[in-house]
Design a protein around this ligand. Sequence first.
Ligand code: BGC
Length: 340
Amino acid sequence: MRKAALLLMTLVQLAPTPLRASVVQQVPLPVGKCVNTGNHLETPSEDANGQKRLEAADFVRIRAAGFDTVRIPVDWYKHSASAPPYRIEPKWLDRVDEVVRQALAAHLHVILDSHNFNLVHSNPAEGSPWLGEVWRQVAAHFARQPTSQLWFEIENEPHDKLTNANLMATLGPALAAIRESNPDRPVVIGGQNWSGIDSLATLDLPDDPHVYATFHYYEPFAFTHQGAGWVNPSPPLGRHYGLPEDKARLITDAAKVDAFVARTGRVPFIGESGAFESVPLAERADYLRAISTSLAPHTSGLCVWAYTNTFPMWDHVGGHWLPGMLEAIGLPGEKPSKSK
Ligand code: BGC
């Protein structure tokens, strides 16, 4: 009888922590002002036509402009074997390591994500073990980097068949694999439907005080994605920002963030926001200013999309920050004399 009770106790202790909704007392992740290195390490080729390759000077410049954090999207899916043990190409891990070290050396917080891990969205059950084993390798590789500076994000923008209903069943193995080597590293998770703001309403994160919530904000999509070739149908050009309904929406959306905080105890951050370059520059800046002043204060930070290769803040051909863009998110901006 006693033996059986002991065995039962042991089994209970060994059982994996149930993944369930919980209210945590969590100090918000200090994301602050953040920029995505979009269209670099998550694109089909880092060296594609017209793309700028990331180098140490980029992170020095980003830090000097006043950013606290950089979110680095990475395609691990394309660079890992499709069968167990899903080995990541060593050259690719070296390249990501180089970029992460450059960002850390510039005293930036780094959110290292997995981006475009297509199988986990189209077939979550099949993609889950592969993603988990990839994160086991990534986490072990970066385990010695400071947890105050380097944070992981398991998968960008869950969509298609990856929903809030199966989110933790699917991403749980990756989180468990990360926890084996990184017991208290901040890990970021966003919800369904491309992590849009409405995903927060049903986003239930596991009972882990080092798991942080994120969402992405491109509302109204008809404004931010006008003329975007990868969206079908592409919203027509000419939608301006600042209509009465846009202002009203920001208030309702800020209330959605507040409701999430009240329900879960977690303050999320905006992992992506911005407008495509077919929107005139001044209107892009107006949009970011509105998000930065009305929505971001309800969150723990705003990561603009993106640095230079798409939705740009920095003009890598002209060698200057685009006028008004830094100021729009509350950074001082650069003096004309420093423009090269
Ligand atoms: C995608 C990009 C896209 C951006 C804005 C990102 O998450 O990876 O391809 O340009 O969102 O739509």
